[in-house]
Design a protein. Structure first.
Length: 122
């Protein structure tokens, strides 16, 4: 895509300005020829953000809901245990309550770790 350099406009406006310049003025300031355009990849190095909506099947929806309910129950229980034992540092909480929470609520390693982290930070 050809873009007129230095215009500070959208790509379409810049290209229209370049075409007008090319037709009317073949020389730059001082009568010297200058390169008014260059090939530019407009999306090089630009990250695109895309909003995606997840549409789970009924089985996936029920499994996700069960996991979220188990995480909520684990967080509530963990909060009570932390206050009863007066343990509030993330490392100490993981060391003391991680295995028990994982066994008691049937959570995998990653959700249990996230529950511990979020509960400590709350």
């Amino acid at each position: 895509m050809k873009v007129f350099v230095g215009m500070g406009k959208s790509a379409a406006d810049s290209f229209a300005a370049y075409e007008k310049y090319r037709r009317t003025n073949r020389r730059g300031i001082g009568g010297f020829r200058r390169a008014p355009c260059r090939d530019v990849d407009m999306l090089a190095g630009v990250k695109q953000v895309v909003r995606v909506r997840v549409l789970p099947t009924r089985e996936q929806e029920s499994a996700l809901l069960a996991t979220l309910n188990a995480c909520d129950a684990a967080a509530s229980s963990l909060s009570k245990q932390m206050h009863a034992a007066s343990v509030f540092r993330k490392f100490d909480v993981r060391k003391r309550f991680y295995a028990e929470s994982r066994e008691r609520f049937g959570l995998a390693a990653q959700p249990t770790g996230r529950v511990v982290g979020k509960t400590v930070d709350a």
